[in-house]
Design a protein around this ligand. Structure first.
Ligand code: MF3
Ligand code: CO
Length: 249
């Protein structure tokens, strides 16, 4: 079921989004060569709690950590642990915040020290694709309008759009309808309307779009099948009359 949020609900979601936005700015400073992903996760939890919120991902389908940290060829759902972040890595930090009954969800791709030109371009194109995609959205637009913009720009740059993972509606639940594909055709797909809240999150690969099953040993980590690097950029947005409002940036 597609839900439209009331003005009051949107006001709460903006506050949830502001905490998440600040969290990601804080984590960008902290994520560097020589820190473990577990340390970043712990600092994220501290920050979220200090702001009167709860990490959305903890215990979601038994997810064991507070945020997701995925390195290089890991696309999403990397579980923080004893591993060290190193110079040259692409580090995807994905976090969700639950505040006064509402979730917001956002992700960034951080470049650690000097990364390869491919990784740098991949991160840049992923973010640009997100902005080109959302430029298509407003009351009455279709999700295919967003998807085609993301896909065509990504492929023009020689990269591929992950197909097996999607964005989603968001609100009282972390994942609500609709499912938001990052590839497709304009003029197709669900029509969005004013007051809908969506987590839009292109994931793009330097190589082919195929992904692995979740890692057997941890049950979560999803990687590129060809082991090429992957980038992720996500924000929670509100659809309005003439465009979108990004509430996690
Ligand atoms: N950020 C992810 C998403 O958008 C959610 C992570 S799933 C979790 O779907 F289990 F790790 F929480
Ligand atoms: Co999401």
């Amino acid at each position: 079921m597609l839900s439209v949020k009331s003005d009051h609900e949107l006001a709460v979601m903006r506050r949830s989004g502001a905490i998440l936005r600040d969290l990601l700015v804080y984590l960008e400073e902290l994520v560097c060569d020589g820190v473990t992903t577990e340390y970043v996760d712990r600092k994220a939890l501290e920050f979220i709690l200090k702001n009167g919120a709860i990490p959305s991902f903890k215990d979601y389908n038994e997810y064991p950590a507070n945020i997701c940290i995925s390195l290089d060829d890991e696309i999403v759902h990397g579980i923080p642990g004893k591993r060290y972040i190193k110079d040259g890595m692409l580090v995807k930090v994905d976090a969700g915040v639950f505040f006064e009954g509402f979730h917001t969800d956002a992700a960034r791709t951080f470049e650690i020290g000097q990364v390869s030109e491919i990784k740098h371009n991949l991160a840049k194109v992923c973010k640009e694709a997100f902005f080109l995609g959302i430029a298509q959205l407003k009351d009455g637009a279709r999700l295919g309008d967003y998807a085609q913009a993301v896909q065509s720009y990504t492929e023009l740059n020689g990269f591929s759009v992950v197909r097996d993972l999607t964005g989603h509606g968001i609100g009282r639940e972390l994942h609500e309808d609709p499912m938001v594909l990052n590839y497709g055709k304009s003029g197709r797909g669900t029509r969005v309307s004013k007051g809908m809240t969506l987590a839009l999150e292109p994931m793009i690969n330097a190589g082919k779009y195929h992904v692995t099953d979740p890692d057997e040993s941890d049950g979560w980590t999803i990687r590129t099948l060809d082991k090429s690097p992957s980038a992720h950029y996500e924000n929670t947005v509100i659809i309005n009359e003439s465009g979108v409002e990004i509430i996690t940036l």
